[in-house]
Design a protein around this ligand. Structure first.
Ligand code: NDP
Length: 403
């Protein structure tokens, strides 16, 4: 019996829990808990209809450590999969330590009142997880997540070292909305509007948000504008592969998205600290989230493809000098919706969360401590990407990227 407790019942959770139920040999007992139980019940009903599997549901405030400890004990969960928001990471790690449960998430901790994406808060749990004999896996989504596993797979099978890495995330999907984010709007806008940082020459290089634009011809999608951004795996990759000279992250955005995001920022709607309105305190970005479409509900109307991958240059293992590889997945929004009722961004995050959880439950990634994805053996994870709906391709390029 492999008992798992999933926390959070949004778009990513919807995809992950369906895929867990489709792998009942690994996930034999699933409990889904979140702040709003009706959202758990809706996912459970869809899982039952699509897969015939019954999952349990529960109400939980993940900021309440005692309540989480009690639920872990009641369900007998050996692994907690955190698909709530980054604000809950540390409280859920505390609960896992107290209840003796492994931990996995898809996004690094950030304080609610500061858009600061750094691993040090979670890396500080290293000794406590080691001492408790428990495993914590950080960032098992697509980016972070698969993008780190891709780098590790290249490092294991093709390259003796990595000199430079570019992570390219393209969402070529479209829907009927004038402005929508493809995952939680609050977290998405906090990420997109921060300064762009990349790792180069042993230090962080900082440029203003959304100012460095490059056109790239994405496999399966075509040419799109991508923008230099900071993303959390740049920190863990440059730490765990110290030979990396340059690490950058790029994401595509259409002109309409950039225009809306800039206007919302300029008028103060993306502020993350409270303001007084009619005698009440409100946090503008949280109010904005209430107004914007729920990304998890956009599956039916979203068409097109996403393509996410790494372009990596380093010394070849075969002694043939420097080589460059592009490794990526192409994911079709409509196919994801047909399979599990999710759009591709929820799917490309939820499936790797399920696969990372499977690595723990299969015993492949059980090692006391706190781990980022690039520190773990990639092979079974890569096989499961192929068999679980996110097939990948790797191609050798003529040389390093020219941008
Ligand atoms: P959603 O906003 O759709 O879902 C979040 C869920 O967490 C909601 O069900 C919400 O409850 C629940 N939640 C929030 N606070 C609490 C709390 N205190 N206690 C219990 N439950 C709570 O987000 P997404 O599904 O879009 O994203 C989920 C996570 O995935 C985020 O951390 C995001 O950053 C990450 N992500 C990672 C990616 C990757 O590739 N690594 C890509 C995309 C997302 P309620 O319904 O009541 O609001």
């Amino acid at each position: 019996m492999s008992k798992v407790l999933v926390v959070g019942a949004g778009g990513v959770s919807h995809a992950a829990v369906h895929k867990m139920a489709m792998n009942a040999g690994i996930f034999s007992d699933i409990t889904l808990a979140s702040r709003t139980k009706s959202k758990c019940d809706a996912i459970a009903a869809s899982v039952l209809e699509r897969t015939g599997v019954t999952i349990k549901t529960a109400q939980l405030d993940a900021m309440d450590v005692a309540a989480t400890v009690a639920l872990i004990r009641e369900t007998g969960a050996e692994l907690l999969v955190n698909l709530a928001l980054p604000y809950q990471d540390l409280k859920l790690m505390d609960a896992c330590l107290e209840a003796g449960c492994h931990y996995l998430d898809t996004a690094n901790y950030e304080p609610e009142d500061e858009a600061k994406f750094e691993y040090h808060w979670q890396w500080a749990y290293q000794e406590r997880f080691k001492a408790a004999g428990l495993t914590a896996i950080l960032g098992s989504g697509f980016d972070p997540g698969v993008t780190s596993v891709f780098a590790t797979w290249l490092r294991k099978h093709k390259l003796a070292s990595i000199r430079q890495i570019d992570i390219l995330d393209a969402n070529g999907g479209s829907n009927d909305q004038a402005f929508a984010t493809n995952f939680n709007p609050e977290i998405n806008l906090r990420e997109v509007l921060q300064e762009a940082r990349h790792w180069e020459g042993g230090d962080w290089q900082v440029t203003p948000a959304m100012t460095h634009k490059v056109a790239f011809d994405f496999p399966g999608i075509g040419e799109r504008n991508m923008y230099l951004m900071y993303h959390e795996e740049l920190e863990s990759l440059s730490t765990h592969f110290p030979e990396i000279e340059r690490a950058r992250f790029w994401m595509t955005f259409g002109d309409a998205y950039i225009m809306h995001a800039k206007v919302l920022e300029n008028v103060g709607m993306t502020r993350i600290y409270p303001v007084m309105h009619d005698g009440h305190e409100i946090i503008p970005i949280q109010f904005l989230k209430t107004l914007l479409p729920d990304p998890g509900g956009l599956g039916q109307e979203t068409t097109g493809k996403a393509c996410i991958g790494d372009i990596v240059t380093g010394q070849a293992q075969d002694g043939a000098g420097e080589k460059t590889f592009h490794i990526y997945n192409i994911c079709d929004h409509a196919e994801c919706f047909a399979e599990v009722g999710s759009q591709a961004v929820s799917y490309t995050t939820g499936v790797p969360a399920m696969i990372g959880a499977a690595q723990v439950l299969k015993g492949n990634w059980v090692a006391p401590g706190v781990w980022n994805m690039e520190q773990l053996d990639p092979d079974d994870f890569m096989d499961m990407l192929n068999s679980q709906g996110l097939p990948w391709q790797v191609h050798e390029l003529d040389g390093p990227v020219a941008f």
